[in-house]
Design a protein around this ligand. Structure first.
Ligand code: HEC
Length: 86
């Protein structure tokens, strides 16, 4: 019985980690909301459903256009964006 509870709790914990990658990074969310809403609104981002590779290309394109994403934040931003529309 005790083992069962331990397994159940571990699964619940893992499940929370899997379903909420976006919620796990509030700073990245804030960064995206601030920097990516300068030229177009966030609906453009919410509507897009891309995988990590596609987001990487898009974020690079936005940076070339003038999006102010610090290089050390780029990976976190791409990870956040690919988790948005799952
Ligand atoms: C300097 C202005 C600017 C900033 C800042 C900017 N964008 Fe854009 N974005 C554009 C323009 C212009 C377009 C339309 C032309 C195009 O798609 O290249 C666009 C289009 C898009 C599209 C739709 C096209 C596609 O490839 O799906 C998405 C998604 C997008 N931007 C995401 C972002 C994200 C995420 C950020 C923050 C990292 C961001 N943008 C910041 C200018 C900007």
């Amino acid at each position: 019985m005790k083992n069962f509870i331990v397994v159940l709790v571990s699964y619940a914990f893992l499940f929370t980690l899997m379903v909420s990658p976006a919620a796990a990074q509030p700073e990245t969310k804030e960064l995206v909301e601030k920097k990516c809403s300068k030229c177009h609104n966030l609906n453009r981002i919410k509507k897009a459903s891309k995988d990590t590779a596609a987001w990487e290309k898009t974020v690079d394109r936005m940076i070339k256009k003038g999006a102010l994403i610090p290089p050390e934040e780029k990976d976190a931003v791409i990870k956040y964006l690919s988790a948005l529309n799952k």
